[in-house]
Structures are given as structure tokens and as C-alpha cells.
Design a protein. Structure first.
Lengths: 179, 179
């Protein structure tokens, strides 16, 4: 947009998103590909639509096997992380591939994931601009099961759409003490 | 800055950060106060400095009892979440206070936390502008212990600075199978 349209898109320094890298200055919180994509979406559509598109982005992201984009013929394994978190995504990919977190292969993987997220975001925005956007992804089914009590009805003691069992294990019914 | 300086700070629509709310369109991933603060920091300092300031912001954030800002005399309990994640922060606050995730008190809490993060970020940037910035917060000590093997040396099979034991429990030495 900066190159093809110019103003006002040439007023945004991309360096403002630099610290998203490493899941937020190396903390491995949310994957650093997502906050810039969220901001790009929020820049061009109204806030209600932006919430819908980011919901679709996250639901696609947790199920997508990264890295799809491998420009130099790397042939890396593609792993779905089932999480928006850098820590979970990278740990699973390293467990599958055997590479080190501080190696060049991990950097390649995250570079590829950045390209994948940018591509999906642009395609989604283009579809929306053509009145052709339809949400095609959803949170994991377990989220609805857990949130039936823990979300709106019942306890209402937590919130979120991440796949509950990724961190909480497979809980028996009724739940044991401590959960 | 938009009001006092004008251009170029009046070129950034704050709506671009709208979807940070609810930890990213309601997914309860990273706390929605943080991506806008990260972008604000990245807008005004060089990238290396931005990484240092965001590192300090995150280390302060996980230890800060939210909400400090309670403008209407609410007298809510202040709870440190030990995590950058919306899900963890909110769940702990609800467990402490007994409120519901969909209630007005939880909204008050997150509004107060937004103010707290904005204040800390501005004070940190002002200190930096006065050549008086000094990092005063650190990740939890356990991160160094775990990452001695799991980070740089040894396995190097994961990354991050979040408090490991918040999600992984207190692991015995040697670790059991499955960790």
C-alpha cells in the first residue's frame, strides 16, 4: 500500500512493530507475526469487521502448518501449533524437527511463518474488499465445551478461545481438585 | 503527542489497535494493553532501544498488581498475574475477587490496567528522553534456571522469558517423562 497508494500508508514506520519479534522482545508471548497483521487489518476496516477478521486470522493460524513459505527449497517439516503463542509454536516445531531454538533453521521457520501470515491477511482483506469474505475457521471444539461453564453461563471464571487442553491437559469429568 | 505535537503523530488512527482488546479479538492471548504500548515505543526510539524498553515493560507487567488505577473509588483487589497473557491475568483476578468474566467489574479492572500500562510506558519513555532510563525489572529467576538447559546451552529446545512454572508446575529434578 505504501508503494502503490502512497499517502496515508507512507506515514507508518514499520519499525513501530519491531518488538513483536521473539513473541514480544524475546518473551515468546503472542507470535510476532500477529500484532502487525492485526494493526494492518485495523487500519483499513471498521472495528467490528476488524474483530471478525482477526478472529478468522487466529482460528486459521492455530491450525496452519508452518512454515508453508520455504523459498530456498528447505523442505522443513510443517507443524500446526494449535496456539497463538510463540513459545508453543516454536517448541512444537523444534520437537518435530530436532533443530535448536537459536539455530538458522528456526529463524527460517519464523521468516516463513511471517510470510504465511502476511499472505493470508492480504488475501482475507482482498476478499473482504470484494464482498467475498466468509469466515472458514473456528476455535477448537473443546473451547465451546469448556466455556459452556467457564465462560458465559455457570462459573464465568475465565475467558478466551485458545485450545484449552493445550495447557490444561485432558480433564476428566467431573474435574479433579486443583483445576 | 497527537494533541501537543500534531504531525506526524496525528497520522496514526488509534483504531488500528482495536483488536488487541480481549487479548486479541477475545482469544485471551497477550493482554491487549501491550501491543499498542509496544507500537508506541517502537514509534519513537530506535529498534535496539525499543527491545530494551519492551523487555522492561513486560518484566514490570508480570509483577504489577492490577488494577492500580481505580478512578471511581472501586477499591478492587490488586492482583499480580505473573504472565503477559490475558487469560492468566484475568483468571487470577476473578479467582481472587469472585467476579464474573462478563461482568462490569472485570471491564473496570482491564480499563484500569490499560491506564496503568499507558502511564508506565509514558514514564519510561520520558525517562529515556531524559537519559535517565534504567531497567529495574527482570524475568522470574526460574527462567534463568530452566533456560540454562532449554535455551542457549544444552537442549535449546524452547525460548521465552515468561515464568516457566506458571504453566509447567514445579518440576522435580530430574524431570519426569513427558516434560
Amino acid at each position: 500500500m505504501k508503494e502503490e497508494v502512497g499517502y496515508p500508508f507512507d506515514q507508518l514506520p514499520t519499525e513501530m512493530f519491531w518488538t513483536a519479534r521473539g513473541g514480544g522482545a524475546g518473551w515468546s508471548s503472542i507470535c510476532g507475526t500477529l500484532p502487525p497483521a492485526m494493526a494492518a487489518i485495523g487500519l483499513v476496516v471498521d472495528t467490528d469487521t476488524a474483530m471478525q477478521l482477526v478472529d478468522e486470522l487466529f482460528a486459521w493460524f492455530i491450525a496452519h502448518p508452518f512454515p508453508e513459505y520455504q523459498p530456498h527449497g528447505e523442505d522443513y517439516a510443517k507443524v500446526a501449533g494449535d496456539s497463538t503463542l510463540c513459545h508453543v509454536q516454536v517448541t512444537k516445531w523444534l520437537a518435530e524437527t530436532g533443530y535448536r531454538q537459536d539455530g538458522p533453521e528456526r529463524s527460517d521457520r519464523c521468516g516463513g511463518a511471517s510470510a504465511d501470515v502476511a499472505k493470508f491477511t492480504v488475501e482475507m482483506l482482498n476478499a473482504y474488499a470484494d464482498n467475498a469474505f466468509e469466515a472458514a475457521h473456528s476455535p477448537a471444539a473443546v473451547v465451546g465445551e469448556c466455556m459452556a461453564c467457564h465462560g458465559g453461563e455457570g462459573f464465568a471464571d475465565t475467558r478466551g478461545k485458545e485450545t484449552c487442553t493445550e495447557c490444561h491437559g485432558n480433564l476428566p469429568d467431573p474435574h479433579p481438585d486443583g483445576y
